[in-house]
Design a binder for this molecule. Structure first.
Ligand code: CP
Length: 293
């Protein structure tokens, strides 16, 4: 029984193993697992929660949901004691989304006898989204050695960037970022980025693939951009910028229309957005199989 908290814990071989399982599932292979999974979602989610639930059911796993303010965490119970409760009740796994950063976590993994799967913890990690993005790009481009991948937007608050960028680097892609300086984290260099672009138009000229990120208004304690309108004008995917894209674009969702991306181009020819959603089901099944199989 394994856990997946951070992509930083995965070797290239392990990532390839998970992608291979997803690839086989896509070709029609079926997998059956036994057990029961708690979906503990303390933050809002549409695609991650529902695709994990669908993945569990299609694999034969029972699911139980604990959502939002309905857990005893609101009464002061710790995350650790909540997990101990699920362990005592005999569940196999907990898929969790939490608003706080779970770091360090080695002690938690050691002391809880459950498979723990991170579906997003604060600004830290969202490993299944990183794997979805890698899988989707490999499908669209084939070998990604040397591929120029640009992340645009709210890098500072993005667990999607912190999960995807190390995976792209692991497979030899070149990663750059672009956004308002207020949304570029200090210490961005630890992510092995090629360039930090101030101009999205320069970034688009450089990139083979662009990943727009959501402006995470709910995590901003102060006004980090002058206005949504000016943010869109300076960094958003407008119709004019869409025409200049050399390859595909992605967005993990949910999208702020006319802030991150123009609604006109969201589901257009160069968009991989719905492919990311579809691949979400495969990757989450593959991760469940990898952890519990
Ligand atoms: N990409 C993502 O995590 O979306 P949800 O918040 O809808 O799950």
């Amino acid at each position: 029984m394994g856990s997946l908290i951070s992509v930083r814990d995965l070797s290239r071989e392990q990532v390839e193993e998970i992608l291979d399982i997803a690839g086989s599932l896509k070709k029609g292979k079926t997998e059956n697992l036994k057990g029961s999974v708690v979906l503990l979602f303390l933050e809002p989610s549409t695609r991650t929660r529902i695709s994990f639930e669908k993945a569990c059911r299609e694999l034969g796993l029972e699911t139980f949901s604990v959502l939002g303010d309905s857990s005893s965490i609101v009464k002061g119970e710790s995350f650790f004691d909540t997990l101990k409760t699920f362990e005592a009740l005999g569940f196999s796994s907990v898929v969790f989304r939490v608003p706080f950063v779970l770091f360090p976590y080695e002690g938690l993994v050691r002391d809880i006898d459950l498979s723990l799967i991170n579906a997003g913890d604060g600004t830290h990690q969202h490993p299944t989204q990183g794997l979805i993005d890698l899988f989707t790009v490999k499908e669209a481009y084939g070998d990604i050695e040397g591929l120029k991948v640009l992340y645009v937007g709210d890098i500072h608050h993005s667990r999607v960037f912190r999960s995807g960028a190390p995976l792209f680097s692991m497979f030899g892609a070149k990663v750059s970022v672009c956004g308002p300086r207020t949304l570029i984290p200090r210490g961005i260099d630890v992510f092995d980025v090629e360039k930090v672009f101030d101009s999205v138009d320069d970034g688009i000229e450089w990139a083979d693939l662009v990943i727009w990120l959501r402006l995470q208004k709910e995590r901003q304690k102060e006004n980090l951009v002058p206005s949504e309108k000016s943010y869109f004008e300076q960094f958003g995917l407008t119709r004019e910028r869409y025409k200049k894209l050399k390859g595909f674009f992605m967005h993990p969702g949910p999208v702020n229309r006319e802030v991150d991306i123009s609604g006109d181009v969201l589901y257009s020819e160069k968009s991989l957005v719905l492919k990311q959603v579809r691949n979400g089901l495969l990757i989450r099944k593959a991760v469940l199989k990898w952890c519990l199989g």
